[in-house]
Design a protein around this ligand. Sequence first.
Ligand code: PMT
Length: 222
Amino acid sequence: TTDNKLAGKRVVVTAGGTREHLDPVRYIGNESSGKMGYAIAQAAVNMGAYVTLVSAPTRLTPPAEAEVIPVESTEEMRDAVVSAFQRSDVLVMAAAPADFRPVAVADQKIKKSADNDRLQVDLVKTPDILKAVAKVKQPGQFTVGFAAETQNLLAFANQKLMDKGVNMLVANDVSQAGIGFNGDQNQVTFLLPDQAPQKTPVLTKTAIAKLIMTKINDVWTV
Ligand code: PMT
């Protein structure tokens, strides 16, 4: 057994799918339930960490011990994460932030009319949160990204490990039924620079979260 480096440390966890509004009552969203991120927040609390949970809208109850920062859009999540990360030791980005948002948000509910069978929506890229974090990251801080992929899991995930400036990447095959988005179970592969990929069995998100936090504790050099 190794000792617990996470006790008393500050850990930021993100969870859920961000929403990008089209008008006051409509948004572009995704299938993330927040379950993976909330389980990671709980696992970090259980290891004695002070946890800040930056959460997109979910139906879940956060761990009572966590400080919760509710956000809606990817830009709001970026601002909350960058600010919390600068007074923290570890970041785990389990959220599914929208990669695109509508260029304009209508002030009023968009109406349909008899002569308009089509509506064009122009989208623009949102900021990459992990890349913003990489710019302020100090030596000793540890960051973990996820890669949710429907094909070429390890190739795409390895690319994200390099591109996003993270210490560790958790690859999540979201094409498999019963794991990934929304369910209670997951199966992931840990990618670390210069280490062979390590695949977990299919387990509950609670158990996967514990493996993720244990892995961080094992490889983090404070
Ligand atoms: O919430 P659940 O229903 O429990 O589902 C869990 C999950 C499938 C959402 C989770 O396990 C997962 O894989 N989360 C990452 C989802 C995602 O956005 O993956 P990605 O491959 O598109 O992004 C790669 C990494 O960059 C992720 O850590 C993501 O949080 C981050 N990112 C993405 C977009 C963006 N604008 N900024 C980012 O930092």
